[in-house]
Ligand binder design. Structure first.
Ligand code: ATP
Length: 863
C-alpha cells in the first residue's frame, strides 16, 4: 500500500508525532510512505512543476538499492537487514524539511520546489517529537473546497500511485476528507472521461482508503475525549494562569483571560478547572442574557459579580475570569473580555486587566500526552487503513479515557456539526449532551469547586466528617484533589478534616478542619500540602481505630500510591475488630510510578512524564550536539516500568529497561549490536544523540553505571556514552493540567461515592435489627475562610454498623474506557504484593515496550 499523510487546518502540537508514527508504522508494515506538504493545498497542487523539472534532468530521485522490493505486500514481514527497510532508513538525505527554507533539500538534488507530494523514509521523521506545529506544513485550502480542486487532488494522488490517505486536522479537515471519499467514484469517472487516467488506474484506485486523526487545539470533535494538540494548548494556558496568579495576588487584581475556542469551551473550561478560576464563559453553557441588551438587571453581569464579590468578601485577593473566544450569552450575544473587564471595574471596583493569549496557545513543545497519544493513534491509523475494505466506513481515530478508539468518521463529523447547530438554535441542553461525559462532569466540577455556596447542602443527618490523608511519595495533583474534596464537603454540609503526615500524624492528633479559602491556591501546588509518609495503620491499628473514634470520622479519602492501597486493605480487614473502621473509605490512586493494581492511570503520572520529557529533551539536545552520544537516563518508578516505558515512547528513546522485563547478558549483547548497526547506518556527520531509559530497579547487577561504561567501551569510534539520573525531579514541580483536571474529577467522584455509601449504610442500619447504633450528635463547622466571620454551625450524625459491605472500602480506577469502583478486597488477587505493582498492566499487555523498540527499528536491524 502507498500511504500519504497530510496535516490540515490550524496547526497543533502533536501533529509531528502523528506524521512520525504513521510513517514508521507504515514502513514496518511494508508500505510506502508519502507526505503531502501544505495540507489539501499540496494535494491540489501536486508535483506538476517538479515533474517538468525532472524531465529536464535538473533533479533526480533517490534510487532504491539493488535487490530491494519497491512495493511490499501488506502481509510482508520485514526481515532483519532487509534492503527495503534499510533503504527506507536511508531514504532521505537528512531531515527533509528542517533546513529552514522549506523548499530546497540540502543536497540540491532532492528539491522540494514545486513538489508537494513527497516520498519519505524512516530517518526523515527522526526526532520530530520535540517540535511544535507541523513540519510538513498546513494550510486552509480554498481550492479543495471546490469539486474542481478535489478533482485535481484525486488526479495527483493517482499519478503518484497513492491509494490511502491519512488526514490529521480539525473538524473542517475531516469534513473535507469525508466529502473527498464520498465523491471518489465520481471523480474517477470524470478523470477517465477526460482521458487523464486509464482503465488500469481506475481499477487499481477504485477504493480510496481514508483515515482521520483529530489535530486541533479546540478539542471540538465529537466521539473523542481529546484531540491532538488540545492538552499542549491547555499547558500553555495554565502556565499563563499560574504566572498571572502571582501578580494578581500581589496587587489584589482581577484578570480576564481570553482563550481560543470558537464553538467549543473545552480549553476555557479545563483551564478554569485546572487554574482554579473564579468564573468562566463557554459557548455550550451560556449565562443569562446581558443587562446591556435586556436592561433592568438580572443578567449575567449580576451573576458574575455576585460570585466574585462572595470570594472577595471572605478575603480572596485575586480574581481570574476565563472567556472562551466564542462565548456568548443565552441570546447569542458575544461576551467580550474587554466588556467583562468594564463590568468588574465599574461594579466591583476591581483593578482589572485583560490578557489575550492568542497564538501562544498553539505554539511550543508538545507535552507528554501530545507525544504518546498521537504515536499510539498513528499506529492505529495505519492498522485501520490496512484492514479497510470497500465495505468498511472511513474511520476517525479517537480516544476514550485511556483507550484508543475507531469511530466512523462521518458519524463524528455529523455529531460535531450538531453541536454547532444546537448552539445556533439555542438548544444548549442538546449542545451539552453531545459533548463527552468528561466535559459535562468537568463543568459540574468547576461549579462545585469554584462557587461559594451552600445551597446544595444535604439533610443534616447525612452530614459526614471526612478525613483526608496523603500517603506515600508526593505526586502531582494530590493537592488539587484535596482542594476539590474540601470544597465539595463544604458545599454539601460535611466537615473536611485534613490529616497531616499520614497515619503518624493521625496518631499525634495532627488533624484539622480545612477551610474554603485555605485550599484556594492548592490547585497548582506540587508536593503534599498535608504532608505525607509511608507508615501503615498496622503500626498501631488499635490506636488508629481509637483516633478514628476520637475524631468521629465518618468517611475517609486516602490519596496515594501502593501504600494507600495497602493501608485501605488493613483498615478494611480491621473492620472485624474495630467498629470505627466501619465507615465508607475510598482510595484515590496517586503515584508517579502508576503501580496501583487495576487502574490504568494514577494522579501524578502525567506530571512526572512531563518532567521526564523536559529533562530528556534537554539531554537529547546535548547528546545531539556531541553527534554520537548515547545517554543512559535513569528513572524512578519502583518495581514498575510504566514511567520508563511511557517516557521512552514520549521521547523516542531507542531502548528501555524495566523491572518487569529485567536485563540479562543476551539483552545487552543484542542492544549493543543494535546501537553499533544503527550508528554505522547514520549518514556521515548527521548522527544524532540517542537515549536509553533505564528504570532504577530494572536490575540490581546491570546498573546504570555499568550499562553506561559498557556502551562506552563497546561503542568504540561509533559512539560514546554518558548517564543521567533524574531521581526526585520526576515528582515534578507544578502539577500538569491533566493531573489537576483528573484530580478534580476523580476526587469529586470519590466524595459522592462516600456520600452514597454513607446513605446506604444509614438506610441499612435503620432497617436492620442487627445494626449497632452508635449515633453521635456532634457539631461540625463549615469553615469558608479564616477570620471571615462566616463560619456556620451545622449538625452532624454518624452511624456505625455491624454489616459493612466490602464495596464501602473501594479504589477508584480507570480501566480502558471507563471509571470503575473496585472493592479493595477484590484488588488483592490482582496485586503483586511482593513487587508492589499490579499483576497485569495495560501498557505491558498492549506491547508499548515492543512499540518503542520497533519505532527505532531495533527488531528489524538485529532481530
Ligand atoms: P481548526 O480546528 O484548527 O480550525 P479545521 O480542520 O477545522 O482546523 P478548517 O479551516 O475548517 O480547519 O478546514 C481546513 C481545510 O479543510 C479547509 O481549508 C478546506 O480545504 C478543507 N475543508 C473544510 N471543510 C470542507 C468541506 N466541507 N469540503 C471540502 N473541504 C473542506
Amino acid at each position: 500500500m502507498k500511504i500519504a499523510i497530510l496535516t490540515s487546518g490550524g496547526d497543533s502540537a502533536g501533529m509531528n508525532a502523528v506524521v512520525r508514527s504513521v510513517v514508521k508504522a507504515a514502513i514496518l508494515k511494508g508500505c510506502e510512505t508519502w507526505i503531502v506538504r501544505e495540507g489539501y493545498e499540496g494535494l491540489v497542487r501536486g508535483n506538476t512543476e517538479y515533474d517538468e523539472a525532472r524531465k529536464t534532468g535538473i533533479v533526480e530521485d533517490a534510487k532504491l538499492p539493488p535487490g530491494s522490493k519497491e512495493i511490499v505486500p501488506a502481509h510482508y514481514k520485514i526481515q532483519p537487514t532487509d534492503p527495503y527497510f534499510l533503504h527506507n532508513l536511508r531514504f532521505g538525505d537528512g531531515p527533509l524539511l528542517k533546513d529552514g527554507t522549506g523548499d530546497y533539500g540540502s543536497s540540491g538534488k532532492r528539491t522540494l520546489k514545486g513538489r508537494y507530494i513527497v516520498r519519505v523514509g524512516w530517518d526523515d521523521v527522526r526526532a520530530w517529537f520535540a517540535e511544535g506545529g507541523t513540519l510538513i506544513g498546513t494550510a486552509r485550502s480554498v481550492a479543495f473546497r471546490t469539486r474542481e480542486g478535489r478533482l485535481k487532488a484525486a488526479h495527483n494522488l493517482i499519478r503518484e500511485g497513492i491509494d490511502a490517505l491519512v488526514v490529521c486536522g480539525g473538524d473542517g479537515s475531516l469534513t473535507g476528507a469525508d466529502v473527498f471519499r464520498a465523491e471518489w467514484p465520481g471523480l474517477l469517472t470524470e478523470l477517465k472521461n477526460t482521458g487523464l487516467i486509464n482503465d488500469e488506474q481506475i481499477e487499481k484506485h477504485a477504493h480510496l482508503r481514508i483515515v482521520g486523526l483529530v489535530g486541533s487545539i479546540d478539542n471540538d470533535m465529537s466521539l473523542t475525549d481529546l484531540t491532538i494538540g488540545a492538552p499542549t494548548a491547555l499547558h500553555r494556558i495554565c502556565e499563563a494562569i499560574d504566572n498571572i496568579n502571582s501578580t494578581a495576588f500581589s496587587h489584589s487584581r482581577a484578570f480576564v483571560l481570553e482563550v481560543m475556542g470558537r464553538h467549543c469551551g473545552w480549553l476555557a473550561l479545563f483551564a478554569g478547572v485546572a487554574g482554579g478560576a473564579d468564573f468562566i464563559f463557554i459557548p455550550e453553557s451560556p449565562p443569562p442574557a446581558s443587562d446591556k441588551n435586556g436592561g433592568g438587571g438580572g443578567g449575567w453581569e449580576d451573576g458574575m459579580c455576585d460570585a466574585i464579590h462572595k470570594h472577595r468578601k471572605i478575603g480572596k485577593r485575586k480574581t481570574i475570569v476565563i472567556v472562551a473566544e466564542g462565548a456568548h450569552d443565552a441570546d447569542l450575544q458575544p461576551i467580550r473580555a474587554e466588556y467583562v473587564k468594564e463590568v468588574l471595574t465599574e461594579r466591583l471596583g476591581l483593578d482589572t486587566r485583560v490578557t489575550q493569549l492568542g497564538h501562544t496557545q498553539r505554539g511550543g513543545r508538545p507535552c507528554a500526552f501530545d507525544r504518546i497519544m498521537p504515536t499510539l493513534q498513528g499506529v492505529e491509523a495505519v492498522d485501520a487503513l490496512l484492514e479497510s475494505t470497500p465495505d468498511t466506513p472511513s474511520y476517525m481515530i479517537g480516544i476514550q479515557e485511556n483507550k484508543i478508539t475507531r469511530v466512523p468518521l462521518m458519524e463524528a463529523v455529523a455529531m460535531t456539526k450538531e453541536v454547532a447547530e444546537a448552539i445556533t438554535n439555542r438548544d444548549f441542553k442538546k449542545a451539552m449532551s453531545l459533548r463527552d461525559p468528561e466535559f459535562i462532569e468537568s463543568l459540574e466540577g468547576f461549579y462545585a469547586t469554584s462557587e461559594l455556596k451552600v445551597s446544595e447542602r444535604l439533610p443534616s443527618h447525612t452530614f459526614m466528617r471526612v478525613g483526608i490523608m496523603h500517603m506515600g511519595a508526593p505526586a502531582g495533583g494530590i493537592n488539587a484533589a484535596t482542594r476539590a474534596a474540601v470544597r465539595y464537603c463544604l458545599r454539601h454540609g460535611h466537615t473536611p478534616l485534613g490529616i497531616h503526615n499520614g497515619f503518624r500524624g493521625l496518631l499525634d492528633d495532627n488533624i484539622q478542619p480545612l477551610g474554603w479559602l485555605e485550599v484556594d491556591t492548592w490547585m497548582a501546588r506540587g508536593g503534599s500540602e498535608l504532608g505525607t509518609n509511608r507508615t501503615l495503620p498496622s503500626v498501631d491499628i488499635g490506636c488508629v481505630a481509637s483516633k478514628f473514634q476520637t475524631h468521629k470520622l465518618s468517611g475517609l479519602l486516602l490519596i496515594g500510591g501502593f501504600e494507600a492501597f495497602a493501608a485501605l486493605l488493613e483498615l478494611e480487614e480491621g473492620r472485624k475488630h474495630y467498629p470505627s473502621f466501619r465507615i465508607p473509605m475510598v482510595h484515590l490512586p496517586a503515584t508517579i510510578s502508576n503501580n496501583v493494581p487495576m487502574t490504568d492511570y494514577s494522579l501524578g503520572s502525567d506530571t512526572s512524564l512531563n518532567a521526564l520529557v523536559d529533562a530528556c529533551d534537554a539531554i537529547k539536545q546535548s547528546a545531539s550536539a556531541s553527534r554520537n552520544r548515547v545517554f543512559v537516563v535513569e528513572t524512578q518508578g519502583g518495581m514498575c516500568g510504566y514511567l520508563a516505558t511511557m517516557g521512552a515512547l514520549a521521547t523516542g528513546a531507542c531502548l528501555v529497561y524495566t523491572p518487569e522485563a529485567g536485563i540479562n547478558l543476551d539483552t545487552l549483547r543484542r542492544d549493543v549490536r543494535f546501537l553499533k548497526t544503527r550508528y554505522a547506518l547514520d549518514v556521515k556527520g548527521k548522527s544524532e544523540g540517542r537515549l536509553v531509559i533505564r528504570s532504577e530497579q530494572a536490575s540490581s547487577v546491570y546498573t546504570t553505571e555499568f550499562i553506561t561504561k559498557m556502551l562506552k567501551e563497546e561503542g568504540g569510534s561509533l559512539f560514546d556514552s554518558r548517564s543521567a539520573s533524574l531521581g526526585h525531579t520526576l515528582q515534578g514541580g507544578i502539577p500538569s493540567p491533566i493531573d489537576r483536571v483528573r484530580a478534580v474529577r476523580l476526587s469529586l467522584k470519590c466524595m459522592s461515592f462516600l456520600e452514597r455509601q454513607n446513605e446506604a449504610l444509614q438506610a441499612q442500619s435503620t432497617s436492620s435489627s442487627h445494626g449497632l447504633t452508635d449515633v453521635n450528635d456532634n457539631t461540625g463547622t463549615t469553615n469558608y475562610g479564616e477570620g471571615t466571620g462566616q463560619d456556620t454551625e451545622i449538625g452532624y450524625n454518624s452511624t456505625r454498623h455491624w454489616h459493612v459491605p466490602p464495596e464501602s472500602a473501594a479504589v477508584i480506577t480507570i480501566q480502558s474506557s471507563s471509571i470503575k469502583w473496585v472493592p479493595v478486597r477484590e484488588m488483592v488477587e490482582h496485586a503483586d504484593m511482593k513487587h508492589r505493582r499490579g499483576k497485569k498492566a495495560w501498557w505491558i499487555d498492549s506491547g508499548v515496550k515492543d512499540l518503542v523498540e520497533s519505532l527505532v527499528g531495533r527488531p528489524q536491524l538485529v532481530g
